[in-house]
Ligand binder design. Structure first.
Ligand SMILES: [Zn+2]
Length: 227
């Protein structure tokens, strides 16, 4: 699963919980940030094999600290605990319920990975691996990613008040994510090394976080002036 993860970030943001979208963008990919970091450190192991599954080249044969069920639960709890210090550091409004939502957003990553991944997600340590393997079916997997993303964006637009210019920017950003997914799923390319892949994860995911940050600022000055 790739851009489908962001559907959760869009879907859970409301006027009430006021969780910044960029925070949710980190949350839904938190496990992959841990994973990419541990791959770069040589702790978790990855092979990049052309045609490994129809929709992905990643053979993540050892990622117990980022992607086992137990680890996913632990990292979700860490995220719940980190949200309050993050809010007080950055001066954001904080609610306990929002911290729980951030934790659930982190955990959603594992559930969506469970659908897409072949049997490489351990329940505990590196044992009892599960995965429904939708990546073996390229078009349905792609369709699910896009359907999830579209659904998330529709909810985001319905539940958050924003100026018209930002609405258009949100839709444009969603379309850019679709293009990225088309590239990832359908454009043939030579496999990167394991570390190259991990670096790519860091770079792309962080780029999306930065875009989500600026997205929620578009038109905000104009909104204040019009009051
Ligand atoms: Zn993942």
């Amino acid at each position: 699963m790739f851009v489908g993860h962001y559907s959760v970030a869009f879907a859970v943001k409301t006027e009430r919980n006021k969780i910044p979208l960029w925070v949710l963008f980190i949350a839904v990919q938190f496990l992959d940030y841990i994973w990419a970091t541990l791959v770069l450190l040589g702790v978790e192991k990855l092979r990049v094999i052309k045609g490994f599954t129809a929709g992905s080249m990643l053979d993540s044969y050892f990622h117990p600290y980022s992607h086992s069920l137990i680890a996913a639960m632990a990292w979700s709890a860490v995220a719940v605990l980190l949200y309050q210090p993050l809010c007080s550091w950055l001066g954001y409004s904080y609610r306990k319920s929002a911290a729980l939502i951030v934790g659930l957003a982190v955990f959603s990553h594992w559930i969506l990975d469970l659908i897409a991944h072949p049997r490489d997600l351990a329940i505990y340590d590196n044992r009892w691996k599960v995965g429904f393997g939708l990546w073996n079916y390229r078009d349905p997997e792609f369709a699910l990613e896009i359907a999830l993303l579209a659904g998330g964006i529709v909810l985001y637009l319905a539940r958050n008040v924003m100026p018209a210019i930002r609405r258009r920017a949100v839709i444009a950003f969603g379309m850019a994510l679709v293009v990225v997914q088309i590239g990832d799923t359908y454009v043939p390319r030579t496999p990167l090394t394991d570390r190259g892949t991990a670096m790519g994860v860091w770079i792309f995911y962080t780029l999306f976080v930065v875009m989500a940050f600026f997205l929620e600022r578009i038109g905000s000055r104009r909104q204040i002036n019009s009051r």
